[in-house]
Design a protein around this ligand. Structure first.
Ligand code: DUC
Ligand code: ZN
Ligand code: ZN
Length: 462
């Protein structure tokens, strides 16, 4: 066979094994794997490099209005470019339904926005209004189009569905083979804390962490799992930030629950002390659930190594450190009125590789599983996430020894800061491919606007 590209002499890393060999690519797909392959219109010498499935970013907010109407700083062009520079070949941002909107209208809106993407994409639907026509007609239609995951919130007055609304979504999802994702924090606990803190005038960024205690996450994770068990539906807990929450997930999985979960680099790299930086700097570190402490970081790493989490996702929720983002409500806004989220789509995999693989906390196989393969399985991307004949040639070639200092400019997003600024990391993606096309090479964007394609997904693989 005449290959379009041969990647030669690299260390091929999959979720199951690591081996030396060549990869032949034809018409956007992996056509052959062998110890050595001849030919190739282009031959890429991958000696000394790791060749792995391109990352699948399963949690990002791109061109998305928050429930309070703030638009994220990244659209599908800048967000997908930043993802590509971070070693990702595809991503699954959210398409958010706000109350009163039809899901069909939401999907049409995001289709128009996503047309700019340089990498393949799908959406998780966020459902905030489970009206009968949504449950009976619109969600089944979305599912039939290959949108097979629905996110719900247990917090925020404009998003929280209540236990009954969650049961409604879970049972529709179960019926169709979709997976329900949940943001688990107890809304009343948070509101009660907010009221008490406001009454005392305690509204600086650092109080954001105090207002959303570990208990609020742990209680809600437990409740969400019991609700899912009642209707025997699969559940994915997003952005687990607590030791207690991770322990509940581990225990319930061990006992057979159809349960999936992720954590995020910010809960491993940062702590609530970052919220107490001088002036309003702490606003950069406001995200929900909030940053915790060093002891929690160690426990979360332990759970990553032990298999509690399917994925480590960025939860890229970019709001600039200015009046368009964090300070839409003024530069001295109290913490509940500061836009909630931080960027990280380009830093996710370099951070996980460096702190995980290079420091010996996880194996290379685990890195591949956590960054790509498990997301493909859980979210039904059946042509992605694996290096095997017939799969999309979504491939990242890493230099495992490069020394990198993280800077905001190197994130290639539309942000004016990175919470990971100044971190010294080992390893970086050098070449990133999506369906056989090189999209990033040695720090240069090679992709064209709009070359990413929608990925119709399959039901969850239980
Ligand atoms: N949940 C997220 O997943 N991201 C940003 C903020 C939030 O509440
Ligand atoms: Zn969330
Ligand atoms: Zn998020």
């Amino acid at each position: 066979m005449q290959f379009d590209t041969v990647i030669h002499g690299g260390t091929i890393a999959t979720a199951d094994y690591v081996t030396r060999g060549d990869i032949g690519i034809k018409d956007g797909r992996i056509a052959a794997l062998a110890e050595t392959l001849p030919g190739g219109d282009r031959r890429i010498d991958a000696g000394g490099r790791i060749v792995m499935p391109g990352g699948i970013e399963a949690h990002a907010h791109i061109a998305q209005e928050s429930s309070s109407g703030v638009m994220s700083a990244d659209d599908y062009l800048s967000g997908s470019i930043s993802a590509a520079f971070g070693g990702n070949s595809s991503f699954i941002p959210f398409a958010a339904q706000h109350r009163g909107q039809s899901v069909d209208e939401v999907i049409a809106t995001y289709d128009a926005r996503a047309a700019r993407s340089v990498i393949d994409y799908s959406y998780h639907l966020i459902i905030s209004d489970p009206a009968p026509e949504v449950l009976e007609d619109q969600l089944p239609r979305a599912f039939a189009r290959g949108i097979t995951s629905f996110k719900v919130f247990m917090t925020y007055d404009l998003m929280n569905l209540g236990d009954g609304g969650m049961l409604d979504i879970l049972s529709v999802a179960r019926e169709h083979g979709a997976i329900t994702m949940v943001h688990a924090e107890n809304n009343d606990m948070v509101k009660w804390m907010n009221k008490r803190l406001a009454a005392k005038g305690l509204t600086a960024p650092k109080y954001h962490a105090i207002s959303r205690p570990e208990l609020a996450e742990e209680e809600a994770i437990n409740r969400a799992i019991q609700l899912a068990k009642l209707v025997d539906a699969p559940l994915f807990i997003v952005h687990v930030s607590t030791a207690g929450g991770a322990e509940i997930v581990r225990r319930e999985k061990f006992n057979g629950a159809k349960l999936f979960a992720e954590t995020c680099p910010q809960y491993l790299a940062l702590t609530r002390d970052d919220l107490d930086r001088p002036g309003m700097e702490g606003a950069k570190y406001i995200c929900s659930p909030p940053l915790r402490d060093h002891a929690t970081q160690d426990v979360l790493w332990h759970h990553i190594a032990q298999g509690t989490f399917e994925s480590v996702s960025s939860d890229h929720a970019p709001y600039r450190f200015d009046e368009t983002g964090k300070f839409l409500n003024g530069f001295d806004a109290p913490y509940p009125k500061i836009s909630n989220g931080m960027p990280g789509i380009a830093a996710r995999l370099p951070y996980l590789f460096s702190e995980g693989v290079a420091k010996g906390r996880i194996t290379l196989e685990q890195f591949v599983a956590l960054s790509s393969t498990n997301a493909a399985k859980t979210f039904g991307c059946d042509t992605k996430g694996r290096i095997a004949p017939g799969m999309d040639a979504d491939i990242a070639i890493w230099d495992p020894e490069a020394q990198v200092t993280v800077t905001a400019a190197d994130q290639h997003d539309n942000m004016d800061y990175t919470p990971f600024e100044g971190m010294e990391l080992t390893g970086k993606p050098e070449i990133v491919m999506n369906r056989g096309a090189v999209i990033v090479e040695n720090g240069t964007l090679m992709a064209q606007e709009g070359q990413g394609r929608f990925v119709a997904r399959q039901p969850v693989d239980l």
